[in-house]
Structure formats: structure tokens, C-alpha cells
Design a binder for this molecule. Structure first.
Ligand SMILES: [Zn+2]
Ligand SMILES: [Zn+2]
Length: 476
């Protein structure tokens, strides 16, 4: 802050500037955004000027566009709706022109998967001058908002293909057939990807011992050695990770045996590690601090509600990132959970889809009211085309698509840090929820809170250990 030599007021002068922003030539409040900036023309700042002139160019392009069919016209409108939510640049008309050229001449199939979007994106490469922001991916995001496409994070096709390319040329065809057989049996894509990941890991490890090894000629001793390598330093994989590796190898070698590629599975006598040996839960001290945080009227309502939903209702971070709100009722929050398609071995949802939050502890009612007030203010600023009411809104205000699980994890970590002075991971909170509901007694009630019957049964007899936080991590 310095004294301006022209207006003699004490103002923020800016680095190496002689006059304050109000007294500099061509500066003042922009007529569109109101920020005090340089105004090159029509009393607008450069960004707002660019926005309005590019907006006009896009309008002209839209008027001159003669699409091949109705579907292409519709796709172009989706592109424009997406682009207009952001700051426009002079590369947008170029991208729009390239898209028009394609949509005027070519007939696209009806898009109903992210894989199709990726393939189209690879064929046409409609990037802007900075090599970012493919026009076809933008259309994909809009189709996701329309519920035509699932969330992008659900698409594992690209990841599966990348994993298949890591196999040795001799074992790649077998791995491909294996993956196709699993997908044909309605296994979840994420599971298939995990199997392939573990198998490539095994093969690459075997190659370091001898280049002649591939997946087809490994024996039991080598597979056991690989598991020991995973369990020991520097990797130090936990029980869950080892369990994952073994349960990838067993079906693969069983498949090879069935297809008569090998005589006997090398995993036939390897024992599965089943489940954890103890449940890690929050200590009474941590629970007391968390309760104080939830009841405190000055805590962040979003973080407090997220912690409550995990700690009391047992929701997972996946549930939270896709949860939607019924916006009618302001006193009592109603959450609509996402229904993922059923896959092999997962036929039930173990939880009702619509969740009415309870109204009896008074602090919880207050928390819901505080959360709803903030949510409504936030939602009014979000730019959206089709109505959708995510429980947790994105910070960028550019869309009403679901936010990523990493963002949810970060919010919960921030909340637990504010409450207890250390971050508590979400799985620990959820296990505490299971423990609070069962107290080492009948755990069948957990099957109504989203747990599978097998995992719920662990809560009747597994010993409990208190969670000891590691050193405080810095959250960005
Ligand atoms: Zn001045
Ligand atoms: Zn402006």
C-alpha cells in the first residue's frame, strides 16, 4: 500500500507502477466483470472483450452450420454449451470450425460409451492450439451430464488395453482371451483390470530372473517366491494386496488348465489369505473429538456432514461422490444413491437407494440445515445445462457432474484434521461405523447398511485395534 501521487489516496499500487489502478490511463472497473483492470476497448477488460467477441463468432458459426443430420446438430450444440461455460479464447472458433467440417460431412454412430468417445478423439485429434481440450471429450462430458454416458472414471477399457500391451508377445493372446472370457461372464471391468495388473507384475518380475520365463511356464515355487517378494521390503504389501494378487493368479491358471494350455495349475495348492486379522477403529478419544466437531456450530458443514455420513450411515467414498440430493426438502436431507449395474458375484445392493437422514439428535438437524443453506448458495452459482443435484458440488462452478473420489477423500481428511489434529482415513471411519453398530454382537444389521454378508460377519468376532495416526501429512 502506497500513497498515489495523483489522487493522494492510500491504495494497492502494484509492482513497479507509479499510479494506483484508478488513476492509470485506460484502467477502471470493467463493465462486464467489475474488476479494476486495464480496459483496452469498450470499457471492457481483455478477457471480457475476448469472451464477447468470440461468443459472437461462435453465434455466427452456429448460424452458418448446415449439419448432415439432426444428431450431428445436437452434438455441436452440446459442444457449444460446454465451451460457453468457460473463458473463451481465440482458439475456440478454430476448434469449432474443425468440428463443423466433420459434422457437415460424416455420419457418426450413436455414442453410448466412453470407449467410442476415445476412439473418435483419437481419429480426429480436435485439440486446441495448446494441444489440450479435445472437442470430442467435451461432447462426452455433456453426454455424461445427460446421463447417456456413465462417469468417465467407470470406463476401464483404455486401462485394460494399456495393461494388455504390457504382456510379453507370447502370452499377450492368452491374456486377451482370458480378459474377454471374464468380461463375457459379466465380471466388473475394474476387477478384470486388477487381474491383468497383477499378472503383468508377475510376468515382469519373472523376466528379471530369466528372460525365458513367461506366464505359461512358471511353477509353484516361482509364484510363491513372487508373493514373498511382494510381502517383504521395499514393497511391504499388506494382506489385502497379497490376497488380490493370489485371487488374480488362481482364476488365470484355472482358465489355462481348462483351455488345455498347461497340464496342472501351479496355484492349485497355494492357500488364499482371507480377510484382515483385526479391525482398525477410532479410539474413544478420537471419537469424542469427532463428536465435538460434528456438534460445533462453527465447523465446516460440508466436512461435518461427510464425516457423519461415513461414521453413522456407513457410506463409502464412491457412494458419496455419486450421491444426489432431493432439493425440495430443506429441513431434512434426502439422499439418492447411485445404482451401479450388477456384475458377476454382486447381485444385491445391500442398502435402500433413497436415504432419509434422521431428525432426532438436535445437532444433526442443525447440521443438515447449515449444510443445505451453503449448498443452495453454491448451487445457484454453478453453470449447468441439465438439472442434476450432486450432494457434493465441484469447487470450479463449471458443471454439476459428480466430483472425484480423491476430492471427497481430501474433504474428509480436512475435516478429521480439524477435529482431531490428525487425518483419519475413510476406511477407518467406516470400520468404526460397523463397530459402533455391532459392538461384537449380531452383525446381520450391517447388511442393510451396505456391507456384504461375508464382510459383515467379520464384525461379530474380529478383534479391534485402535487407529494410531501417522505423522501429519500436509493437505493441499
Ligand atoms: Zn490514484
Ligand atoms: Zn472484465
Amino acid at each position: 500500500m502506497r500513497i498515489c501521487p495523483r489522487c493522494h489516496k492510500r491504495r494497492e499500487m502494484g509492482w513497479r507502477k507509479h499510479l494506483c489502478p484508478f488513476c492509470r490511463p485506460n484502467t477502471g472497473p470493467c463493465v462486464s466483470c467489475g474488476v479494476i483492470k486495464r480496459r483496452p476497448c469498450r470499457n471492457q477488460c481483455a478477457q471480457c472483450n475476448c469472451n464477447s467477441s468470440v461468443g459472437l463468432i461462435l453465434n455466427r458459426l452456429r448460424a452458418e452450420f448446415t449439419p448432415l443430420n439432426k444428431y450431428n446438430e445436437y452434438l455441436f450444440d452440446l459442444y457449444l454449451a460446454y465451451v460457453r461455460r468457460y473463458k473463451l479464447t481465440y482458439s475456440h472458433p478454430q476448434q469449432a470450425k474443425a468440428l463443423i467440417k466433420i459434422l457437415q460431412t460424416e455420419k457418426w454412430p450413436t455414442i453410448n460409451s466412453w470407449m467410442q468417445i476415445y476412439e473418435l478423439s483419437k481419429t480426429y485429434r480436435l485439440l486446441n492450439y495448446a494441444g489440450q481440450g479435445c472437442a470430442i471429450l467435451k461432447i462426452g462430458y455433456m453426454l455424461q451430464e445427460l446421463n447417456v454416458l456413465p462417469p468417465r472414471s467407470d470406463e476401464y477399457g483404455v486401462k485394460i488395453n494399456a495393461q494388455l500391451n504390457l504382456f510379453d508377445p507370447t502370452s499377450k493372446p492368452t491374456a486377451e482371451n482370458f480378459a474377454n472370457a471374464l468380461l463375457g461372464a459379466n465380471k466388473a471391468q475394474a476387477t478384470v483390470h486388477a487381474y491383468l495388473y497383477n499378472l503383468t507384475n508377475l510376468e515382469r518380475w519373472a523376466k528379471t530372473l530369466s528372460p525365458t520365463y513367461n506366464l505359461m511356464n512358471l511353477n509353484q515355487a516361482l509364484i510363491e517366491k513372487h508373493l514373498l517378494w511382494l510381502a517383504n521390503p521395499p514393497l511391504n504389501c499388506n494382506v489385502k494386496r497379497l490376497e488380490g494378487a493370489i485371487s488374480s493368479f488362481i482364476p488365470f491358471y484355472r482358465y489355462l488348465e481348462r483351455e488345455k494350455k498347461i497340464l496342472k495349475s501351479p496355484c492349485a495348492s497355494i492357500k488364499r489369505v482371507r480377510g484382515a486379522k483385526a479391525l482398525k477403529i477410532c479410539s474413544p478419544e478420537q471419537l469424542r473429538k469427532l463428536a465435538a466437531f460434528l456438534k460445533n456450530e462453527h465447523s465446516n458443514p460440508e466436512e461435518a456432514l461427510l464425516i457423519t455420513l461415513v461414521l453413522i450411515m456407513g457410506l463409502t467414498i464412491g457412494d458419496l461422490s455419486h450421491a444426489q440430493l432431493s432439493p425440495e426438502n430443506s429441513e431434512r436431507i434426502t439422499i439418492v444413491l447411485r445404482r451401479k449395474p450388477c456384475t458377476y458375484g454382486r447381485h444385491y445392493y445391500n442398502r435402500p437407494q433413497i436415504l432419509h437422514l434422521p431428525t432426532h439428535p438436535p445437532w444433526f438437524v442443525k447440521l443438515q440445515r447449515r449444510f443445505y443453506c451453503n449448498w443452495r448458495v453454491h448451487y445457484s452459482k454453478v453453470k449447468w445445462t441439465y438439472p442434476r443435484y450432486p450432494l457434493i458440488l465441484s469447487q470450479s462452478f463449471h458443471s454439476n457432474r459428480p466430483i472425484s473420489v480423491e476430492q471427497i477423500r481430501l474433504k474428509i481428511a480436512r475435516g478429521t484434521l480439524a477435529a482431531t489434529g490428525a487425518t483419519i482415513p475413510t476406511p477407518i471411519l467406516r470400520q468404526t461405523c460397523g463397530h459402533l453398530h455391532t459392538k461384537k454382537q449380531d452383525a446381520s444389521t450391517l447388511t442393510h447398511l451396505g456391507w456384504s454378508p461375508l464382510v459383515a460377519s467379520f464384525y461379530t468376532w474380529l478383534p479391534r485395534n485402535y487407529y494410531v495416526p501417522k505423522k501429519i501429512k500436509k493437505l493441499n
